[in-house]
Design a protein around this ligand. Structure first.
Ligand SMILES: Nc1ncnc2c1ncn2[C@@H]1O[C@H](COP(=O)(O)OP(=O)(O)OP(=O)(O)O)[C@@H](O)[C@H]1O
Ligand SMILES: [Mg+2]
Length: 252
């Protein structure tokens, strides 16, 4: 199967602190790849490097066959990113934020409005489309950030804890959406603390602790290797972390 993301010995240091420590993995086309780890493990730092927001200290990576150092501009055109912290404009309406992103990503003028409306409906924000972004609730902001990341029909989507702050219904509809992406051959790189969600959604998961990948496998294989019923228990056994480490973070 074709690989869409290649990562080799990727490292990020901040001064003498190593946030991401020589990680390597591959993500296949159409796969939902989970990147799991406790606070500070290096998940966001990895996403930032793969999406051109932060330069690796060393190592290499490619996305859609394009090198993230020399060809990042072309990478950016073909990926969608839902960052941990919103990248949208407080003083623009929901609708205008999407139109702006559509323009930024080169969606043809004639399609921008229709595409924005379609996404507002998908994310149940259509009624509030003319409200300013700053007046949105946390969950509505999150939903709009996801809609914005999809505006140009990206081939790969990077989601940094997309369901944090979403209510049960919105989280479920996002999971359905992710399943649909998979059927369309869109590749998803998904970081989450929510291990139940990872178990439901991910084809394979990487377990990241202190900047290092401890293991990469299917949720099923991790459960059977550790002889545990849930991915959460398997994760605790693999990492040696206490269950409440992840529990606290779920409520973050
Ligand atoms: N700009 C920076 N300068 C210094 N240290 C940083 C910087 N960005 C991240 N770090 C450190 O790198 C480590 C990894 O951070 P990162 O944000 O990647 O973790 P994470 O796995 O996304 O955690 P969380 O689950 O809390 O989002 C942390 O110790 C963090 O303090
Ligand atoms: Mg993070």
């Amino acid at each position: 199967m074709e690989n869409v993301i290649y990562v080799k010995e990727l490292t990020k240091r901040f001064g003498d602190f190593t946030a991401v420590d020589g990680i390597g993995f591959e993500v296949r086309k159409g796969e939902v790849f989970g990147f799991l780890g406790p606070n500070g493990a290096g998940k966001t730092t990895t996403i930032r490097m793969l999406t051109g927001l932060s330069k690796p200290t060393c190592g290499s990576a490619s996305v859609l066959g394009l090198d993230i150092k020399s060809e990042i501009i072309n990478v950016k055109k073909r990926i969608g990113v839902v960052p941990e912290i919103s990248n949208l404009y407080d003083e623009l309406s929901g609708f205008d934020n999407l139109l702006f992103m559509a323009q930024l990503y080169g969606v043809p003028r004639t399609q921008r409005k229709r595409r924005a409306e379609e996404l507002l409906k998908t994310f149940r924000l259509y009624e509030r489309k003319d409200g300013l972004f700053r007046t949105f609730s946390r969950g509505m902001k999150r939903a709009l950030a996801i809609a914005a990341a999809l505006i140009h029909n990206p081939e790969v989507i990077f989601l940094d804890e997309p369901t944090v702050g979403l209510d049960v219904v919105a989280a479920r509809s996002l999971r359905n959406l992710i399943s649909n992406f998979r059927r369309q051959g869109i590749t998803i790189f998904h970081t989450t603390h929510y291990l139940e969600e990872a178990d439901l959604l991910c084809d394979r998961v990487a377990v990241l602790v202190k900047g290092k990948i401890l293991t990469i496998d299917t949720p099923e294989a991790l459960k059977s290797k550790t002889n545990k019923k849930s991915l959460e228990e398997a994760f605790m056994k693999i990492t040696g972390l206490e269950p409440d480490v992840m529990a606290i973070e779920k409520g973050k």
